[in-house]
Design a protein around this ligand. Structure first.
Ligand code: AMP
Length: 311
């Protein structure tokens, strides 16, 4: 600690003054109400602070925490939301059983020293009588949208609501949910929202499995089997690096690796343009190789961007 002293009257008492900044006592606020969240953000904005936002559904893992650390580097204040959004689950999906552990999440976020954890109850976000939805029409149709009808409408609606409440300058989303990221980029462009959208690379376990809250559904055998997703993408990427440009050949490579894993039930393997998500026959520029696979009760997704030289 940097200190200086003033001697008073030679041998007299020493007065000590510290020039070091007074250590700030850190405290993360938990906000549950829309009005309180908006008041906090408006106040921070008035003081010229940049708010960076990380929306999540909780049951946090290292992938989420990497987004949070990225947020810290990009702004003055970090807001994380935990909200398991019912409107992005179809009635046959896992909304009720989606993993939740608020106390653990809260501890993890406190350690990351975020500023606000926004944790609204469902009735606060969707009071009775809601009639309005946001739909990004074309980008919501392929890939996960084909099997999960209404999913991206739920995502686009909740993200719009969260942006209107948290009032962030920037928001960070993972490339693991690549289609979601594209849907949100389109939404922000189409509705002229003043929010910078940042994509964060996929965070993986040491064996290559993409981190996901839904990995908690896997039994030890299923967890070992889950490595087939990233392995199939790696093998397809190697084929691409050796010069293969045909979508059919690359998709077949992925499918053959997945077929070797008896616990894996493939929902889709697709290769599409990375911007428009439309199917392609040949890779030019940047393509998205994306897949969804069921293992046990978990539906797992993963993807890889295949970039042509110079793209
Ligand atoms: P979720 O809680 O699953 O809705 O995820 C919240 C955010 O974290 C989304 O933007 C996800 O794309 C992102 N995310 C989840 N898992 C990962 C991961 N393994 N790597 C990078 N981002 C991730």
């Amino acid at each position: 600690m940097e200190c200086w002293s003033i001697g008073v009257l030679g041998w007299g008492p020493l007065l000590q003054y510290s020039t070091a900044p007074v250590p700030q006592i850190f405290s993360m606020q938990i906000i549950e109400q829309i009005a309180a969240m908006r008041d906090w953000s408006e106040n921070e904005r008035r003081q010229g602070r940049r708010i960076v936002f990380v929306p999540t559904m909780g049951f946090l893992h290292e992938g989420h925490l990497c987004l949070v650390r990225d947020a810290r580097k990009r702004g003055d204040r970090v807001v994380v939301s935990i909200f398991v959004n019912p409107t992005q689950f179809s009635p046959s999906e896992d909304f009720a059983g989606y993993p939740r552990d608020f106390e653990r999440d809260r501890g993890l976020l406190e350690k990351e020293q975020i500023d606000v954890l926004f944790h609204p109850p469902v009735a606060e976000m969707y009071p009775a009588g809601v009639e309005t939805h946001v739909e990004v029409e074309r980008l919501s149709l392929p890939l996960c949208g084909a099997a999960r009808s209404g999913h991206f409408r739920g995502v686009a609606t909740i993200v719009t609501k969260l942006f209107n409440i948290v009032l962030p300058h920037a928001a960070i989303f993972g490339e693991k949910d690549y289609q979601q990221l594209q849907v949100i980029r389109q939404l922000v462009r189409d509705l002229s929202m003043n929010v910078e959208i940042v994509g964060h690379p996929i965070v993986r376990e040491s064996d290559g499995v993409a981190m996901s809250s839904r990995n908690s559904y896997l039994t030890p055998d299923e967890r070992r089997a889950a490595v087939c997703l990233s392995q199939s993408l790696c093998k397809a990427e190697r084929l691409f690096r050796r010069g293969e440009k045909s979508a059919r050949a690359i998709i077949d490579r992925v499918a053959s690796v997945l077929a070797e894993q008896p616990l894996a039930q493939v929902e889709y393997v697709e290769l599409c343009d990375a911007e428009t998500l439309t199917d392609i026959d040949q890779i030019r520029g940047t393509a998205l190789l994306a897949l969804a696979v069921r293992i046990g009760r978990a539906r797992l997704i993963d993807n890889r961007l295949l970039k042509s030289p110079g793209a």
